[in-house]
Write a protein that binds this ligand. Structure first.
Ligand code: HEM
Length: 108
């Protein structure tokens, strides 16, 4: 199904405890501004904090497309084994599509 950014804003509350987006600052995780199209593990401000597996995934070619983001939020530990993002994953396809649409609205 198509993602709905407006609905995704509410889903993003589950991410906002750790991630900043827009003009909100995050504490634990990297900012998600501009993440669609970005190589994994390469945000300059966060570089010293990424896990080794995340940096390695980016070096191996992982770029956060909409499809890769959907797979990531569905099951972070499956997508990047050893990641330090502690999040069980979203189960509902519609929530996944919606949160990806919301995150994408902050990317060029
Ligand atoms: C990494 C998205 C929930 C903490 C990431 C990355 C994305 C992302 C795209 C990779 C960013 C990059 O490569 O620069 C999301 C979304 C969430 C969510 C959409 C909600 C559905 C959370 C939560 C936490 C968290 C709840 C904290 C408990 C982190 C951390 C990293 C990360 C620490 C770095 C992981 C590593 O280096 O292995 N997240 N996240 N995230 N996230 Fe999340």
């Amino acid at each position: 199904a198509e993602g709905n950014a407006e609905a995704g804003k509410k889903v993003f509350n589950k991410c906002a405890t750790c991630h900043g987006i827009g003009d909100k600052k995050g504490a634990v995780g990297p900012s998600l501004n501009g993440v669609v199209g970005r190589t994994a593990g390469t945000l300059e401000d966060y570089k010293s904090k990424y896990s080794k597996p995340m940096v390695a995934a980016g070096a191996a070619g992982l770029v956060w497309s909409e499809a890769e983001l959907a797979a990531w939020v569905a099951d972070p530990k499956k997508k990047v084994p050893g990641t330090k993002m502690v999040f069980p994953g979203l189960k509902k396809e519609q929530e996944i599509a919606d949160v990806v649409a919301y995150v994408k609205s902050f990317s060029p």
